[in-house]
Structures are given as structure tokens and as C-alpha cells.
Design a protein around this ligand. Structure first.
Ligand code: ZN
Ligand code: ZN
Length: 154
């Protein structure tokens, strides 16, 4: 179960939750959330699914513990790609369609999309994953570890 979270995710102290609770929501405001526990990781993913969702860019995310996200407002709609084994469950606003978070079947943490925070400006990615699927125009900050896939997944 912990295989999704190699130790270096947890070793990274998270500076984005210093002004707890972080709050955010979808584009139209119908779905709202608060992040009430420190994130256990923060990074960027270059996979093709994230490119679809993020407009071609890598997707920037916080890993938030299972009980660390308090929802309010309208309930999220969900989607699971039916042709994928172990598909993630995607949570999005039923009105405006903003993709807010995902959850893998084999982990309890939320993968929270940074763009849904009211103030994403404190975010800095600490690692990049799925870089084998990156596009030539993707950018990675200097000095962070870059992984071709999702490390320690097996
Ligand atoms: Zn919305
Ligand atoms: Zn991805």
C-alpha cells in the first residue's frame, strides 16, 4: 500500500500548508474544499492523461492525506476510465467541469490539482514523474528529481 509513496515524498517538508487551511474550489465556485492536514508531497506529472486534463501542460499537484480534505458546497461528480485496470477515480465539478482531485484505488491520499487552490502561488514542485511521456515544450525546474515513470510503484 505504501508503494505509491516512496520515502522521499514524505521526507519533503511541505511549505505550502504554512497558512493552514489552504482553501480552494472549482472555477464556478459550486464545489469548495479546505486542506486541513499538511500535504505529504508536491510535484508535477507529465503523463498523457494529465496533459489532456491540464491543457497540454504537466499537471501540478499536492498529495493530501485521506482525511486532509474537507469538501463543501456541491458534491463532486466522479469518473473512472472503464477500459483501464486500476483506473483512478477523478473528482470534478458537475457544473463547470473543473477537475479538482484524483484518487488511486491502491492509496488513500488525494491528488489535489494545484490550480484549484485560491492562491497557488506558494506551490513549488519537488519532483517530476512520468517524464517519459513529456512533450518537448514542458518545463522542469532546475534541481528537482525527474522520473520516467512513477517511482517505486511495483
Ligand atoms: Zn464548478
Ligand atoms: Zn499524470
Amino acid at each position: 500500500m505504501s508503494s505509491m509513496f516512496p520515502h522521499w515524498y514524505r521526507d519533503m517538508s511541505d511549505q505550502t500548508t504554512q497558512n493552514d487551511p489552504l482553501a480552494g474550489g472549482c472555477y464556478c465556485g459550486a464545489v469548495r474544499f479546505e486542506v486541513v492536514e499538511p500535504a505529504i508531497g508536491q510535484g508535477q506529472c507529465h503523463c498523457r492523461a494529465c496533459q489532456h486534463i491540464a491543457g497540454g501542460a504537466p499537471q501540478y499537484f499536492l498529495l493530501v492525506p485521506k482525511d486532509g480534505l474537507h469538501w463543501s458546497g456541491k458534491g463532486c461528480a466522479t469518473f473512472k476510465k472503464p477500459d483501464l485496470e486500476d483506473a483512478v477515480t477523478r473528482y470534478f465539478c458537475p457544473d463547470c467541469g473543473t477537475h479538482i482531485a484524483t484518487r488511486r484505488p491502491d492509496q488513500s491520499a488525494w491528488v489535489l490539482k494545484v490550480g484549484t487552490l485560491d492562491d497557488p502561488s506558494d506551490f513549488a514542485p519537488r519532483f517530476a514523474i512520468c517524464y517519459a511521456q513529456a512533450q518537448p515544450f514542458h518545463m522542469v525546474p532546475d534541481g528537482i528529481p525527474v522520473f520516467d515513470d512513477i517511482p517505486n510503484r511495483a
